[in-house]
Design a protein around this ligand. Structure first.
Ligand code: NIG
Ligand code: FE
Length: 412
């Protein structure tokens, strides 16, 4: 099956030779071709170039993209899409003055979601999560990482990971699974951290790897959650079971989580709302991708990741949604890109790089995703007719997506 897209006003994120990630000043460069064509063979990008160089081609399907932009679909490297119910009440409680921390301290927050999840059937969780996955696909996401972490019991964690596996089997979108058993301590282990960590290491991890239910291991390294020492212990165990770390750090406090992640060669360190100069320094010349989650900052009214300082230091940066019921009930990467420009002062070029190629890197899939490169997946966004790609962040809140292709197929 050959699909040909013609008259593309501008084809974005063109990379003749695939790059694993872009860092520092390179992030400002978004290579494009104006008045372009793109050829898809089955599920892969087979060719692209300027319209004047379009070779004779027999296409089974031709899409005329006059006035429209084409770009690789978003790579959302950090979500918690599989959860039960919602936390609307906590949202209103925060409006009325309680803090996220106060809500968590009285048994709300992650523990509230864990209670709901453990009371909900696997089928029901699948149905609720499926709707969210379909929504983000329509919003232009073509690859997504999904974490467990709302079970906090052996059964609950496995249930979430099985749902993620079932989503991956039933949908064309690329899905990477992360085991986040260390998201919080269940109430009964509040005074017995060792007991719960033993459960993670001795009961959850063996079962997860036996059934190939996860690619990565995550820990919420934060004051009141997992200490740096506990985080290291869990990363070490995960690595022994073949899971590379991708961890939550520096959301509210800078306590050394970044340095721990780097020590264990984490694929990414995520959140980074609170960054000290030593944290930025530590990330230099490492293979660890820093990931910012601006819609979490927006929703919780907490600081934004200091993108300008990080990029000036030569670091790469990826953008992701953090879609979850507590801190970010939104999986809209278009909003993430706009918010990164508006609030973090990233340029449109930097934000698009961060949400495509660097997002792919943060999931370990930059060989196959994140740029317009021959041989990569034909996961594409075709915009509505727009004056320039600046519209994507500029017209924040508007839906500028006309068509989404995943694995070369139009999704509706
Ligand atoms: O990434 N920070 C830790 N975990 C999630 C939110 C957890 C929740 O409130 O449910 C996050 O923001
Ligand atoms: Fe998260």
């Amino acid at each position: 099956m050959t699909t040909l897209i013609i008259n593309i006003k501008e084809l974005l994120q063109v990379r003749e030779t695939a790059k694993a990630k872009v860092s520092g000043a390179e992030m400002a460069i978004l290579s494009t071709i104006k008045n372009a064509f793109l050829v898809i063979e089955d599920n892969l990008i087979a060719d692209f170039g300027a319209m004047e160089n379009l070779p004779p081609i027999h296409a089974d399907k031709t899409i005329d993209a006059t006035g429209k932009m084409v770009l690789p679909s978003w790579c959302d490297s950090h979500t918690h899409i599989v959860y039960a119910g919602n936390r609307e009440q906590e949202f209103v409680d925060r409006i009325n003055g309680l803090t996220y921390e106060e809500i968590a301290n009285r048994g709300g927050g992650i523990l509230n979601s864990a209670k709901k999840l453990n009371e909900t059937t696997e089928e029901e969780i699948y149905q609720q999560s499926r709707a969210r996955l379909e929504e983000v696909m329509r919003l232009g996401t073509g690859a997504v990482e999904i974490k467990s972490g709302y079970g906090l019991t052996v059964d609950g964690e496995l249930k979430i990971l099985r749902v993620i596996q079932r989503l991956a089997q039933n949908y064309p979108i690329t899905i990477k699974a992360t085991f986040l058993g260390a998201h919080a301590f269940p109430l009964e282990y509040k005074e017995n951290h060792k007991g719960y960590i033993d459960l993670i290491i001795n009961e959850m991890l063996p079962e997860i790897t036996k059934n190939k239910l996860a690619d990565f291991i995550d820990v919420f390294c934060e004051t009141g959650y997992y200490s740096v020492e506990e985080t290291q212990q869990i990363m070490e165990a995960g690595i022994q079971f073949g899971l590379k770390p991708k961890i939550h750090v520096n959301q509210f406090n800078s306590i050394g989580g970044i340095q721990a992640g780097i020590k264990y060669n984490a694929l990414s360190v995520d959140h980074l709302e609170v960054m000290k100069p030593v944290d930025i320094e530590a990330l230099k010349n490492t293979e660890t991708m820093p990931v910012a989650l601006p819609s979490c900052s927006y929703f919780l009214s907490i600081p934004y990741t200091p993108a300008r300082e990080m990029i000036a230091a030569g670091l790469p940066l990826a953008l992701a949604t953090d879609y979850n019921p507590g801190s970010t009930p939104s999986g809209n990467m278009n909003f993430v890109v706009a918010t990164a420009c508006i609030k973090m002062k990233m340029t449109p070029e930097e934000a698009i790089n961060a949400a495509t190629i660097n997002g792919a890197y943060a999931m370990g899939i930059s060989k196959t995703h994140g740029s317009i490169t021959i041989g990569k997946k034909a996961n594409l966004i075709i915009t509505k007719p727009i004056p320039s790609y600046y519209q994507i962040p500029y017209a924040f809140g508007s839906n500028l997506i006309d068509t989404v292709l995943i694995e070369g197929e139009i999704i509706s």
